[in-house]
Design a protein around this ligand. Structure first.
Ligand code: HEC
Length: 164
């Protein structure tokens, strides 16, 4: 092997190993966080949909269908702010729809999160009345707080990918 070629091959090998190390050391906790928050958010989305679907029935099953889903939304929403630590954005190297604006406009992001928490607490209060009309109105109110945040802080690619 000529020495020039040798230097090039070794040089490439070193570059590759440095890049690989960087990826491995930067990511595990953040990648795990991204995956687990997406899972929890999917559960919340499915909970909201199940409540909405059930309320369309003539006699909704309040105890077995609506109640556990209200619980999911009520119990999980206060934790949303913990699911977006610095470093868990697109730079973590996992597929995420979280936009960098989350960490640039943290106060506004937190405001969206607080509004959602308030509406999900109200959902639990309204649940106590077992009134379909009021419950549906509250599902819509809560859904608006989800969308309000997604419009600014979740990439529109999410909708595109979901359609496929
Ligand atoms: C404060 C902002 C905020 C609020 C409030 C919010 N979300 Fe999200 N949501 C996000 C962000 C950011 C993502 C993208 C996360 C990612 O890809 O890492 C997301 C992703 C999702 C996803 C897609 C998960 C996946 O990748 O499969 C669902 C479903 C979802 N949210 C449902 C909800 C529901 C339902 C509510 C309301 C009850 C809600 N979200 C409230 C910011 C928010």
């Amino acid at each position: 092997m000529s020495s020039v070629l040798f230097t090039r091959v070794v040089g490439i090998a070193i570059v590759l190993s440095v890049t690989a190390t960087a990826i491995v050391t930067a990511a595990p906790a953040d990648v795990a966080m991204i995956k687990s928050r997406q899972e929890k958010l999917r559960d919340m989305g499915s909970a909201l949909k199940q409540i909405d679907d059930e309320l369309k029935r003539r006699s909704p099953d309040w105890e077995n269908v609506i109640q556990p889903n209200v619980q999911i939304l009520h119990d999980r929403s206060p934790f949303l702010m913990k699911w977006f630590p610095k470093g868990s954005g697109p730079e973590a190297g996992a597929k995420t729809y979280a936009l960098p604006a989350i960490w640039q406009k943290g106060d506004d992001f937190a405001k969206h999160a607080r509004t959602m928490v308030a509406e999900s607490q109200k959902l639990e209060q309204v649940f106590g009345k077992k009134d379909s009309g009021e419950m549906r109105a509250q599902v819509v109110a809560l859904g608006k707080t989800c969308k309000g945040c997604h419009d600014s802080y979740r990439s529109p690619d999410y909708e595109k990918d979901a359609e496929q």
